[in-house]
Design a protein around this ligand. Structure first.
Ligand SMILES: C[S@@+](CC[C@H](N)C(=O)[O-])C[C@H]1O[C@@H](n2cnc3c(N)ncnc32)[C@H](O)[C@@H]1O
Length: 295
């Protein structure tokens, strides 16, 4: 694979365009842990419960409770890292983000012993293997739009190759990502691409499976599509509730843009079924069979 391919995800600038808007703006409409991904609503009644349940689900799937070291790829404002420290007493927690504002936010909290690195998974070079890896809501940024299917799969494969290299023998990886559902490539929203998440794209389930072949065994796949509609509805409700405060932080056009974006997310997951929400558990294959692909 060409080395260039791994650079074909969202750039630092594209990530910061979205996530470095304002920590206070996101604080207005996310739950108190500042988790910015689909919650798990099975037995939850509040957004906070749904987010904590989701974090615990991934920790369980990745065998994080028994781990000494866990890597969080795309750690956002650090909710999973804090959960691993506070509830599970995991000694070494490392998070990767491309957002400066998120890294500063995490470093300003009492848990400065969580190591947050302002670097891409494509650059990460751990000194020791991790016991578990978790990645929630970041995979959508790993490939730019307009790449061919083959190029996308190459990037995703590089991701699984790295995770394979970084994990202990028998280690688990828990991945959550939005994926294409009932959607053709030309259906992808220009508004999302231009205004909300530049340089990003959605994988298909088959592309993820192909990219992980002979590196990871897929243990479980869940599609919790409707969980995203409930989550986005909660976010939009909070944003509307705090509209006046939002207007003190940012301008009217930005607030309107975010309301539109969250409305489109609700429609996409609930009505058009154009997007799915995958939660996939992988177990590292210790002796990968296909040496040529792995090397
Ligand atoms: C939607 S947020 C999810 C954050 C967090 N996992 C959560 O659930 O709250 C996506 C995260 O992925 C990170 N990200 C995007 N591309 C990345 C890359 N190439 N390497 C590392 N992190 C990346 C962003 O900086 C951001 O923290």
């Amino acid at each position: 694979m060409e080395n260039n391919n791994v650079k074909q995800g969202a750039s630092k600038q594209a990530i910061q365009y979205h996530y470095d808007k304002s920590n206070l703006f996101f604080k207005l409409w996310l739950d108190p842990t500042m988790t910015y991904s689909c919650g798990m609503w099975e037995n939850a009644t509040t957004l906070l419960d749904a987010q904590l349940q989701k974090l615990d689900f991934h920790i369980l799937q990745a065998r994080g409770a028994e781990a000494t070291s866990v890597l969080d790829i795309g750690c956002g404002w650090g909710s999973l890292m804090h959960r691993l420290k506070d509830e599970y007493g995991v000694r070494n927690v490392t998070g990767l983000t491309l957002s400066k504002a998120q890294a500063e936010w995490i470093n300003s909290k009492p848990h400065s012993d969580c190591q947050v690195l302002l670097e891409s998974w494509t650059q990460h070079q751990p000194t020791r293997p991790y016991d578990s890896i978790i990645s929630i809501g970041a995979f959508e940024h790993f490939a730019k739009r307009h790449l061919s299917k083959e190029q996308r799969i190459n990037i995703y494969r590089r991701f699984f190759l790295n995770c394979h290299r970084w994990l202990q023998k028998g280690g688990y990886l828990s991945l959550q990502t939005i994926g294409c559902g009932n959607m053709l490539r030309q259906d992808f929203s220009q508004f999302f691409e231009r205004e909300i998440f530049p340089e990003s794209d959605l994988p298909r389930l088959g592309e993820i499976a192909e990219a992980a072949e002979c590196l990871f065994e897929i243990i479980q796949v869940r599609n919790d599509r409707l969980d995203y509609a409930i989550t986005a509805r909660e976010w939009r409700k909070n944003l509307k509730k705090h509209a006046a405060e939002a207007l003190e932080i940012t301008d009217k056009a930005t607030v309107a843009k975010y309301e539109q974006y969250l409305g489109m997310v609700i429609l996409g997951f609930e009505v058009f079924e154009s997007m799915n929400l995958y939660r996939i558990t992988f177990r590292r294959i210790n002796k990968p069979r296909e040496e040529k692909r792995v090397g």
